[in-house]
Write a protein that binds this ligand. Structure first.
Ligand code: HSE
Length: 395
């Protein structure tokens, strides 16, 4: 029997428990042993729970129990998740997590400790919820040099943008509905301002390059400024608007990464990824293009990825499965201002189109709307940043 402790009995933690109880026979067969939930750590009381005796409020119960081999950290946030994870790995326990903030911030250190202790730090659920993407990059696509990885990494913003397109609703009312349905938090900043997608982009970029990418180095914009006018024009021009996390790796190994709303052609597969679904496109030098699609959030989809990691952890209890995630000696991020895009522009400044160049695509009562040719971000921003609202077009 392999003992497991779950840290945090929220949406994902209760989903992990549910799946382990729901499918014990198949899970035992796949793990090669019975997976027993010995502890659940939570500060709240769960007196009506059928196994209320396994709940604890004291992490030391878990840490000091040598019979616990796998710790599932699904608390979220940096603290105390960081201390709990580090001490569990140091004491020779494998840790499985869905916590993208922790992986994006302390991944290098935690992966190194896991390696030194010959255990594992697995985080399949940290990007794309239930969609397999971490293991495919690390294992199935290991033969490839990855040139590009990009996609829709946040379900809440995709729900809001889908709603704005399908029903013509404003950002504010689509956000209110996302909050009512429990997708967006009361404070929706992490989702709508792009921070969640940024951390996921940093994790994907780190795995794609084998070198830690600091999320602070990824320019990040959210979707608060997307208006119904943008939606109308995008639709008329043959585009949808999606929040895209993207990383491109050039031949010298420099990474250009950005998280921002983008106009996505209706011919792109990403354009039909709607609601809370996520999709990740990856271009490998041997494979070519591949797309990973599915539920990027939610109780059972996320728990499905966590439990798969627990099973893998059980099969490799004292064998570290290598993850290449080195600390870079010097920055290998490309200068964001040198990136090139075509821009969709709305402005009341009638001179701007002459200053930037481009093709007019329409007018509103006060504005002209145009699309630029491909140009450098620094040239665009220096001439246009204060004079218009704009959205970059996904090439
Ligand atoms: N808030 C995230 C989303 C949850 O909306 O995608 C999964 O990371």
């Amino acid at each position: 029997m392999i003992n497991v402790a779950i840290l945090g009995y929220g949406t994902v933690g209760s989903g992990v428990y549910e799946i382990l109880k729901k499918n014990p026979d198949t899970i035992t067969k796949k793990a090669g042993d019975i997976l027993n939930v010995k502890y659940i750590l939570d500060i709240r009381d769960f007196d009506d729970h059928p196994e209320k005796e396994i709940f604890t409020k004291d992490y030391n119960d878990i840490l000091q129990d040598n019979d616990v081999s796998i710790v599932v950290e699904v608390m979220g946030g940096l603290n105390p998740a960081y201390d709990f994870t580090k001490s569990a790995l140091m004491s020779g326990k494998t840790v499985v997590t869905s916590n993208k903030e922790l992986v994006a911030t302390h991944g290098t250190e935690l992966i190194t400790i896991a390696k030194e202790k010959n255990v594992n730090y697995f985080f399949e659920a940290s990007v794309g919820g239930g969609i397999p993407i971490i293991r495919p990059i690390n294992q199935c696509l290991a033969a490839n040099t990855i040139n590009k990885i990009y996609g829709i990494l946040n379900g809440t913003t995709n729900f809001i943008l889908t709603k704005m397109f399908a029903e013509g609703t404003s950002f504010e009312s689509a956000l209110a509905e996302a909050q009512e349905l429990g997708y967006a938090e009361r404070n929706p900043s992490a989702d709508v301002d792009g921070h969640d997608a940024c951390r996921k982009t940093a994790i994907l970029s780190s795995l794609a390059t084998g070198t830690f990418v600091d999320y602070n180095d990824i320019p990040t914009e959210g979707i608060r400024n997307i208006s119904t006018t943008d939606v109308l024009f995008a639709d008329k021009l043959g585009y949808v608007i999606k929040l895209i996390g993207a990383a491109e790796i050039d031949e010298a190994g420099k990474i250009s990464a950005i998280v921002a709303p983008r106009l996505v052609s209706k011919e792109s597969q990403l354009s039909s990824v709607n609601g809370v679904f996520n999709a990740i496109m990856l271009v490998g030098d041997s494979l070519g293009e591949a797309m990973f699609y599915g539920r990027g959030a939610g109780k059972l989809p996320t728990a499905s990825a966590v439990v798969a990691d627990v099973i893998d952890g059980a099969k490799h209890l004292h064998t570290n499965k290598w993850v290449i995630w080195d600390k870079p000696e010097e920055s290998f991020m490309a200068e964001p201002m040198d990136a090139t895009y075509k821009y969709f522009v709305r402005t009341t400044d009638k001179n701007l189109i002459a200053d930037l160049g481009g093709s007019e695509v329409g007018t509103t009562d006060e504005e002209i709307v145009f699309v630029t040719d491909e140009m450098k971000e620094k040239d665009f921003l220096s001439k246009a940043e204060e004079r218009c609202s704009f959205i970059r077009i996904l090439a």
